[in-house]
Design a binder for this molecule. Structure first.
Ligand code: FAD
Length: 434
């Protein structure tokens, strides 16, 4: 017998689980299908899960500020317990250095003022007192170790930074996804693991469900692509890949894990930092650890990969990130063996996601999260639900983009911002910062 649902969501990462939670609360019978054995085992599991409120656009900041409030009130957001416990928000604050790359933060601070996001400007002595041992000299433009001048300062000092107290990180992104799964299940949702979608079914020019590898078919009038770095492959199955102006592609990325300098890192001590002068971001973690990721400087060629075939071993890229970070934090040792994680971002042409309908009626897109949407997932679930409900009731979102009210912060944004057919947004940083 064929199973029938109101909506099938492909993927049970943080985006798919959040969408299931919001749809099922409104009475939709949802099914998440994931090829992996548990919720949040895909790229979400290796997320740094940084919660920050600065993006390059008004909509980006507004979404992130709304997301921050969901994480801050996580138990309330979920409304149910999880036998594994709840993910924790470590609100250590986030420091972003003022650089030419971010125009000394002027545009972002203007947006922060409009949105009521709190911040304090720190000069270099403020930063040095909070992060002793930091070398405040300027190193931009970011270089590769084989380029002349690597590791040599290019100026006396950076221009200080901005501290946003409302930010930090989630200690366990996979657990956060499991929390959403349990909350969705409490509202009636179903999750199915170790099951790969191999075809998108159509009937009379609209989507009608999915077929699983092995041949089983599942009927549903709505299907959501929440397949993370596999999003382009799922769009190809749906036959819509070429009908979109904005593309998604899988990008390989590395995050280094290492012991932080004595006393300055670890839970409850360090800060999240973003430093486009050296091209790195960092985050404290349990056990005095520090995580170091890349801010995608132009000198690093992007590594576009097939999400089913890529190298999961750390490479020279990780070592290079560590060497760059050590310019700012000379106390960081450079171990012979670098450890960390290798995973994928699902990147769009402007590093801004696609949250949209598609040209195939009933087929929706929650994709292209570009390495920066873990923090927004609770809000993405809400906006996808409103979008799906409106389009299924006959609203023409392509010609009259839906407006979406951010519930906790009271702002409104146009969902046309996330359109699959938008012009490439030139306000973007074109990096993981969005
Ligand atoms: C290293 C790293 C660091 C990051 N750091 C941050 C950060 O600090 N802050 C932040 O906000 N964001 C961060 N991100 C981005 C954030 O983690 C992602 O935007 C988010 O986790 C994407 O969630 P998702 O549900 O779309 O994708 P995924 O978690 O990848 O979920 C997609 C799911 O779809 C499933 N799937 C794919 N194809 C099929 C198929 N054919 N059939 C069935 N299932 C299928 C996969 O198995 C997978 O579980 C980071 C990402 C990475 C990789």
């Amino acid at each position: 017998m064929q199973e029938r649902f109101d909506a099938v969501i492909i993927g049970a990462g943080i985006i798919g689980a959040a969408t299931a939670f919001e749809l099922s609360k409104l009475g939709w019978r949802t099914l998440n299908v994931d090829r992996l054995p548990a919720a949040g085992y895909g790229s979400t599991s290796n997320s740094c899960a940084i919660i920050r409120t600065y993006y390059s656009t008004f909509e980006g900041c507004a979404m992130a500020f709304e997301g921050y409030h969901a994480w801050k009130n996580w138990a309330d957001h979920l409304g149910v317990d999880d036998e594994r416990g709840l993910a924790e928000f470590h609100e250590c604050g986030t420091l972003i250095l003022k650089t030419e790359h971010n125009r000394h933060m002027a545009p972002i601070l203007e947006i922060a003022k409009q949105l009521g996001i709190r911040y304090t400007e720190w000069d270099n002595p403020d930063i040095e007192s909070r992060l002793p041992g930091w070398d405040m000299r300027r190193y931009a433009p970011v270089k590769r170790p084989d380029q002349p001048g690597f590791g040599e300062p290019t100026g006396d000092a950076v221009a200080g930074g901005v501290f946003f107290p409302e930010g930090g990180y989630i200690n366990d992104p996979q657990l956060a996804t499991h929390n959403l799964q349990r909350a969705a299940e409490a509202a009636g949702a179903t999750f199915r693991f170790n099951s790969r979608v191999s075809a998108i079914r159509r009937r009379e020019d609209r989507v009608s469900g999915v077929t699983l590898a092995g041949g089983e078919s599942i009927e549903a009038p709505v299907v959501v692509n929440g397949a993370g770095p596999h999003s382009a492959k799922i769009n190809a199955l749906a036959g819509i890949g070429r009908a979109m102006r904005i593309r998604t592609r899988a990008l390989r990325t590395e995050v280094v894990y290492l012991p932080g300098p004595e006393g300055h890192y670890g839970d409850g001590v360090g800060l999240v930092t973003s430093d486009s002068d050296t091209g790195c971001y960092s985050r404290p973690a349990a056990g005095g650890q520090i995580l170091i990721g890349s801010e995608d400087p132009p000198c690093d060629p992007p590594e576009w990969v097939d999400p089913d075939h890529f190298d999961r071993n750390m490479s020279e890229q990780g070592r290079m990130q560590l060497m760059r970070s050590a310019q700012r934090t000379p106390e960081l040792g450079i171990p012979n063996r670098i450890s960390g994680v290798v995973d994928l971002y699902d990147v769009t042409d402007d590093w801004i996601p696609i949250y949209d309908k598609s040209d195939l009626p009933g087929f929706y897109l929650a994709i292209g999260t570009s390495g920066n949407q873990f923090k927004n997932a609770p809000v993405v679930g809400q906006l996808m639900t409103e979008l799906i409900q409106a389009c299924e009731s006959g609203h023409d979102h392509d010609t009259d983009p839906l407006r979406f009210a951010l519930r906790r912060t009271g702002r409104e944004i146009s969902l046309g911002f996330y359109s699959r057919n938008r012009e490439v947004n030139q306000d973007s940083s074109f990096t993981v910062l969005g």
